[in-house]
Ligand binder design. Structure first.
Ligand code: DC
Length: 209
């Protein structure tokens, strides 16, 4: 069973995907980490976002087993990830790895922006997790402050809006809801409520198969 979880930044899709993977005993891939790793390496090496060949080279050489999720969660790396993710050659370099992960025997849970549309369009379970920009900014702000970053709520909201526009507006695999995805708007839900709603959607999709 492939479970595809898509949604904008700070929608809670990662938490849902992790819990679904644990619940069903499936492997999980946070595909945002791949783009974050490329963005972090580009920052570190001073590679320009216009240098598609250099970025694609970084993407092709990623050691997926060695990604440090904690180190890649900063706001600066998220911004760099959103920029490199708009480069078609970067997306192409990361495509097969994600498709192979999705198609492994027994299935998998993947979360990102284009899982239900590009990586696993045949996934039997697709959930599009979303919430208002304000609700997502409040969550991301709490998270960043908890990590010790000095940032205001207004800055985080502006950043979320910018990333939404870039992720949704790019030509290559933009963030869009798959036609057959089920929408989970968790603006009014806490983490537990969001998880329960996601689980109910998956169970309903499984029952309908
Ligand atoms: O989910 P995240 O915030 O960790 O993702 C970081 C960036 O990576 C996001 O701004 C867009 C990009 N991304 C993408 O384009 N496609 C994916 N499948 C996952 C992430």
């Amino acid at each position: 069973m492939i479970i595809a979880i898509d949604g904008p930044a700070a929608s809670g899709k990662g938490t849902i995907a992790r819990r679904l993977a644990a619940h069903y005993g499936l492997p999980h891939l946070d595909t945002g980490l791949l783009y974050r790793a490329v963005g972090a390496a580009a920052l570190e090496k001073g590679v320009d976002v216009a240098d598609a060949a250099a970025l694609a080279g970084i993407a092709a050489g990623l050691d997926v087993g060695a990604l440090d999720a904690e180190a890649l969660k900063s706001g600066a790396v998220g911004e760099a990830a959103s920029r490199v993710a708009a480069v078609p050659d970067v997306r192409a370099a990361l495509l097969k790895l994600q498709q192979d992960f999705a198609r492994q025997p027994g299935g998998a849970v993947l979360d990102g922006r284009d899982i239900g549309t590009v990586i696993a369009p045949d996934a039997p379970v697709k959930i599009f997790v979303t919430a208002t920009p304000e609700a997502r900014a409040a969550r991301r702000h709490r998270e960043l402050v908890g990590r010790g970053e000095a940032v205001s709520l207004d800055e985080v909201l502006a950043d979320i809006r910018r990333r939404d526009a870039r992720d949704s507006g790019r030509a290559s695999a933009p963030l869009v809801q798959a036609a057959d995805a089920q929408v989970l708007d968790n603006t009014q839900l806490d983490v537990e409520g969001s998880w329960q709603a996601a689980l109910a959607l998956v169970e309903r999709a499984r029952a309908a198969r």
